[in-house]
Design a protein around this ligand. Structure first.
Ligand SMILES: Nc1ncnc2c1ncn2[C@@H]1O[C@H](COP(=O)(O)OP(=O)(O)OP(=O)(O)O)[C@@H](O)[C@H]1O
Ligand SMILES: [Mg+2]
Length: 273
């Protein structure tokens, strides 16, 4: 078993943001987490990465409880499960290549950091990753000069620099237009398939979850209320997860491209970029 979440909860005061969550992921799958705002999706991801402490339970990676790690071991774990955020979290005025290199900042000595010195092998690897994601030409530009979709790919490149086992993506496409959303999701999927890295992504739209995920976990009020394949995610199940009444309208949770033709254009652009 790769990753096991065992009866894990997080309380803020008396309120449970996540309550007794349990699931296991046996292979490097692409897992989507869906649910309405406040359902506990971010808290769950942040507990895996140890950005937020769990109140109770266990999170095991390859059999080891990552919740009990401290100091250097905890930081090493955080390097193994890289986070990607909705707002990219790049350093806006810094060039793209340096942003990517920041993925391994914690591995540098103080002197290297002071003088902004990077080993040549690291620089080459950063450029190689940018090239793989189709944005090598952006390397010398300031991060703030890039489009949202490009910035998110820089964030993915920064994550890859850590050579992570798991990529935790918290609403990675929520700030992007449909075309860039598709490019970013295709990129994550490629990394999942080609590198065998597990991806766990909080997604705010059903169609994205259906299209990209091997498995979907639905949360409602801190609890896991669905865990299954995209095929099992019927409109009725979705209505239950989102807690909507009979007027639930699936298009409200959609980022669909307006036409198939547009989707083809995006695909072509991905191949060309
Ligand atoms: N640091 C915190 N302090 C207090 N309450 C918190 C904190 N973080 C989260 N919560 C609460 O925990 C619950 C779950 O929040 P969380 O951010 O995990 O939800 P979410 O599913 O990611 O929502 P969204 O879709 O809006 O991002 C919410 O009720 C939220 O208000
Ligand atoms: Mg959230």
């Amino acid at each position: 078993m790769l990753l096991q979440i065992v009866n894990t909860s997080r309380y803020f005061g008396s309120k449970a943001a996540v309550q007794s969550a349990s699931f296991a992921i046996e292979k490097p799958a692409f897992v989507g987490i869906i649910g309405r705002s406040g359902a506990g999706k971010s808290t769950l991801l942040r507990m895996i990465n140890r950005l937020t402490d769990a109140s109770e339970g266990e999170i095991l990676f390859e059999g080891r409880n990552v919740l009990s790690l401290t100091g250097a071991d905890k930081r090493a774990w955080q390097g193994r499960c890289a986070m990607i955020f909705q707002q990219f979290n790049l350093v806006p005025r810094m060039d793209v290549a340096s942003n990517v290199l920041h993925g391994i900042l914690n591995r540098r000595s103080t002197v290297q950091t002071m003088f902004n010195i990077w080993p040549r092998t690291d620089i080459l690897r950063a450029l190689e990753i940018l090239d793989r994601l189709g944005i090598s030409e952006q390397a010398p530009k300031r991060a703030e000069a890039l489009s949202g979709g490009q910035q998110q790919r820089v964030a993915i490149a920064r994550a890859l620099m850590q050579d992570p086992k798991i990529i935790l993506a918290d609403e990675p496409i929520a700030s992007l237009d449909p075309m860039n959303a598709q490019i970013v999701m295709d990129t994550l999927r490629r990394i999942n398939v080609e590198d065998g890295r597990m991806v766990i992504a909080n997604l705010h739209t059903l169609d994205t979850a259906r299209r990209y995920c091997d498995r979907v976990i639905g949360m409602r009020d801190g609890r896991i209320v669905f865990d299954g394949s995209p095929d099992q995610l019927s409109t009725g199940v979705a209505r239950d997860i989102y807690g909507a009444d009979a007027s639930f309208n699936e298009s409200a949770t959609s980022t669909a491209m307006p036409t198939d033709r547009a989707a083809d254009d995006v695909y072509a652009q991905t191949l060309l970029s």
